[in-house]
Design a protein around this ligand. Structure first.
Ligand code: SAH
Ligand code: SF4
Length: 408
C-alpha cells in the first residue's frame, strides 16, 4: 500500500515563478554561512557571533523563517530575507509505505547548463529502537553495479554539501523531529516514539567517495555538537570499494564504514561490482583492515546482496566467512530488491536462511536485513529518480492523492 501525496499537502517553495532565485542558507557549513553574512554587510568582527546564532537557529531549532530568529536584529533579519531563504529541497513526492518507511523524491535547484532540475531520493526507515535516514550523495551514479537500479541512471551531478545536509533537515521537518516541533494541521506525523532520526546512512543514490569533499563537509555539519549533533558513530558511509579513498575517509571524517562486497571471488565481483576490476578484493580487504579506528567495538559492515543462483551457495557463505576472518566485521545479508528490467532474482528464503546459518555459526549475529519500503521502491538499490515520468502522467489525469489501496 502506497500513499503518494501531491504538493498540496506540502510547504510551497517561497520564490514566485520567474523571480530571481534566492539562495538558501539551509545546510551551509560555518565557512559558507560566514561568507553569506559578509555579503549582507555584517562587519568582520561580528561574523563569528552571527554565525553561531544562525547555526543554532538552523541546526538546533530547525527554523524555516528568519522572523523566528528572535535574537537577531530586525534590520539584519530583513537584509537576510532580502537575499536568502531557509528553504529545504523542493519535495516532488512523499510516499509512505505500509511499514512506515517514507521516501521523498526531491528536486535540486536547476543550474544554468542543466536542461531540467535534477532529482534525488531520500528514505526514512523507522524501527523500534532507532530511525535511520538513508541519504543520497550524487544524482545517479557513475558506477554500473549490475544489480543496482541507481546504476542504470546516468550521473547528472555531485550533490553540494548543503544539498546533502538539507536532506536531513527536510526529513526532520516532515517527521516533526525538531525539538518541540509540530506541523499544524498535519496528521501524517509518525507517533512520537517513532520520530527520531538516530542514524544516517550514505546508502542512497551515488558513490559517496566519488563526492568526497562535499560528503565530508556535510557529515561535519550533521555531526556538529552545537547543531544537528548526530554522532559520527551513528553515521555510516557505504562504498562499492573506492580503495584509495577509504583510509583518507576514515582519517578525515571518522564515520562508520560499510562495504558493498557481494562476492568473494574477483571474477564474480568484477561482474556485479565492476569497480572491482580496478580495485580487487584483496586490496579492498586490506584497506578495511587498515581503516582508521577499526576495532571490535567499531566494526566494518560488509553488505552482501542475495542473488539467486549467483552468489548464494553454501560454499559462497563459507568463502565469505573465511575472507573476513581477522577483520572486525559485521555481515549484512540483503535480500535482493528487484526493479523493473533486472535480470536477477532474490534468493529463496530457505537459501538465505541456510546461508545465514553458516554466517551465524561463524559468530555474526542476525545478519539478514529486513527489506523495508519495498512497496514504494524505497529499499536498497531501488532508488532511481525517473519516477517523475509516472508522476507527470498521473498529474495530467488528475489522479494524485493516492495510488494503490488506501491505508485504512
Ligand atoms: N554506492 C554506494 C552506496 C549506495 S548503494 C555503495 O554501492 O555502497 C547501498 C547498498 O545497496 C549497497 O550495498 C548496494 O550494493 C545495495 N544495493 C544496490 N542495489 C540493490 C538491490 N537491488 N537490492 C539490494 N541491495 C542493493
Ligand atoms: Fe552506484 Fe552503489 Fe548502485 Fe553500485 S550499488 S551502481 S556504486 S549506487
Amino acid at each position: 500500500m502506497v500513499l503518494v501525496l501531491d504538493k498540496s499537502g506540502l510547504p510551497e517553495p517561497d520564490a514566485p515563478a520567474g523571480a530571481a532565485a534566492k539562495r538558501s542558507l539551509a545546510g551551509l557549513d560555518r565557512v559558507r554561512l560566514a561568507t553569506a553574512l559578509a555579503e549582507v554587510g555584517v562587519p568582520a568582527k561580528q561574523i563569528r557571533m552571527r554565525v553561531n546564532q544562525l547555526w543554532s537557529w538552523l541546526y538546533v531549532r530547525g527554523v524555516t523563517s528568519f522572523d523566528m530568529m528572535t535574537d537577531v536584529s530586525k534590520d539584519l533579519r530583513a537584509r537576510l530575507e532580502a537575499r536568502y531563504t531557509l528553504d529545504r529541497l523542493e519535495i516532488v513526492t512523499e510516499q509512505i509505505s505500509i511499514d512506515g518507511t517514507r521516501k521523498w523524491l526531491l528536486r535540486l535547484p536547476k543550474r544554468g547548463h542543466e536542461a531540467r532540475a535534477p532529482e534525488i531520493e531520500t528514505v526514512y526507515i523507522p524501527e523500534a529502537e532507532r530511525g535511520t535516514l538513508c541519504i543520497s550523495s550524487q544524482v545517479g551514479c557513475t558506477l554500473t553495479c549490475s544489480f543496482c537500479h541507481t546504476g542504470t541512471q546516468r550521473l547528472v551531478r555531485n550533490l553540494e554539501a548543503e544539498e546533502i545536509v538539507a536532506q536531513v533537515m527536510l526529513a526532520r521537518d516532515r517527521i516533526g523531529d525538531w525539538p518541540g516541533a509540530a506541523i499544524p494541521g498535519d496528521d501524517r506525523l509518525l507517533p512520537v516514539g517513532d520520530r527520531k532520526i538516530t542514524n544516517v546512512v550514505l546508502m542512497g543514490m551515488g558513490e559517496p567517495l566519488y563526492n568526497f569533499d562535499n560528503v565530508r563537509t556535510a557529515m561535519d555539519v550533521v555531526s556538529d555538537g552545537e547543531g544537528l549533533s548526530l554522532s559520527k558513530r551513528r553515521i555510516t558511509l557505504s562504498t562499492s570499494g573506492v580503495v584509495p579513498e577509504i583510509g583518507r575517509w576514515g582519517e578525515e571524517s571518522g564515520t562508520m564504514l560499510a562495504i558493498s562486497l557481494h562476492a568473494t571471488r574477483d571474477a564474480l565481483r568484477d561482474e556485479l561490482v565492476p569497480i572491482n576490476k580496478k580495485y580487487p578484493i584483496k586490496a579492498l580487504i586490506e584497506a578495511c583492515r587498515n581503516y582508521p579506528g577499526v576495532s571490535n567495538a567499531r566494526r566494518i559492515t560488509f553488505e552482501y546482496v542475495m542473488l539467486k543462483g549467483v552468489n548464494d551457495s553454501l560454499a559462497d557463505a563459507r568463502a565469505l566467512v573465511k575472507l573476513l576472518s581477522g577483520v572486525p566485521s559485521k555481515i549484512n545479508l540483503i535480500p535482493f530488491n528487484p526493479w523493473p528490467g533486472t535480470k536477477y532474482e532474490c534468493s529463496d528464503w530457505e537459501t538465505i536462511e541456510r546461508f545465514a546459518e553458516v554466517v551465524n555459526k561463524a559468530g555474526y549475529a542476525s545478519p539478514v536485513r529486513t527489506p523495508r519500503g519495498r512497496d514504494i521502491l524505497a529499499a536498497c538499490g531501488q532508488l532511481k529518480s525517473e519516477s517523475t515520468k509516472l508522476r507527470a502522467s498521473e498529474r495530467e489525469r488528475g489522479v494524485f492523492a493516492s495510488s494503490g489501496p488506501s491505508e485504512e
